[in-house]
Design a protein around this ligand. Structure first.
Ligand code: HPA
Length: 262
């Protein structure tokens, strides 16, 4: 049976739109702390949720135990992952409040536990990562996004494709760093898509990102980046995210599995 999972980012520490979660704690080889997972039934279909930064949003991007989270999802039999990411907009299209389904990424992070293949027992494995986000999952998000707009009578912009630059954080970038990201071809900048996307690929879990621009990246406007303004954009965007997830669950059930393709 197809089973979607959502990894919630900033602004999505719980799935308030759905009721009666079953909370499950899962032990993994990667941490003493167990991974907290919530399981929902949405229109008769299973949906799994993990809050990337913890239920109280206390784990910064560089301290997230990405391996434990992805491992737990695989153990549960999840067949597709939608990652929700708050990002800064770099491309002109990516004003605060605009969503993107990125098709590429550039990894600028360092010092994170970024692979399940740590040497020793297993054969050295080099995953193909040409397309870091699974095309079938991206298509699922795109279609669900269109239906969510119909459902809510909204007109949220969902940009199909773009390059996500993943920085280390937790600080935001300097203006010069954003110029460099721009020269590198990044359309958005965030801190959480890596190593998450690569770990999902290592375990053959189809994975894609729904990124919400919550601010213009550093130096692109005259103003300092305001956390209060970010909070407003995030909370305004979450109704659409919840509606999109609901539609994704329905679509995913109607197409069966997402095809098993990465
Ligand atoms: N940069 C990096 N990560 C972010 C940003 C940003 O401007 N906004 C939200 N997450």
């Amino acid at each position: 049976m197809a089973m979607l999972a959502v990894i919630g980012g900033t602004g999505l520490s719980s799935l308030n739109g759905f009721s009666d979660p079953q909370s499950v704690s899962m032990a993994t080889p990667f941490a003493d702390a167990e991974v907290q997972v919530e399981k929902f039934i949405v229109h008769g279909e299973p949906l799994v949720f993990i809050a990337r930064h913890g239920a109280q949003h206390t784990t910064p991007p560089h301290k997230v135990n990405y391996r434990a989270n992805i491992w737990a999802l695989k153990e549960l039999g999840v067949t597709g992952v939608i990652a929700i990411n708050a990002v800064g907009g770099i491309d002109q299209k990516m004003a605060p409040g605009v969503f993107m389904i990125p098709h590429q990424l550039i990894d600028y992070t360092y010092g994170r536990e970024h692979t399940f293949f740590t040497g020793g027992q297993e054969q050295v494995t080099h995953i193909d990562f040409t397309d870091p986000f699974a095309p079938p999952m991206r298509e699922l998000i795109r279609q669900a996004g269109t239906r969510a707009n119909t459902d809510l009578s909204t007109n949220r912009v969902l940009v199909d494709g773009g390059v996500y630059g993943v920085t280390q954080g937790p600080r935001l970038e300097t203006a010069a760093e954003v110029k460099k990201l721009q020269r590198d071809g990044c359309d958005i900048v965030g801190m959480t898509a890596m190593p998450e996307a690569a770990l999902a690929r290592e375990l053959a879990l189809p994975y894609a990102s729904l990124a919400l621009s919550v601010n213009w990246a550093a130096g692109l406007t005259d103003k300092e980046i305001s956390l209060d303004e970010i909070r407003v954009v995030v909370s305004e965007g979450m109704e659409y995210v919840i509606a999109l997830i609901e539609q994704a669950v329905l679509l995913n059930a109607s197409v069966g599995s997402t095809g098993g393709s990465n």
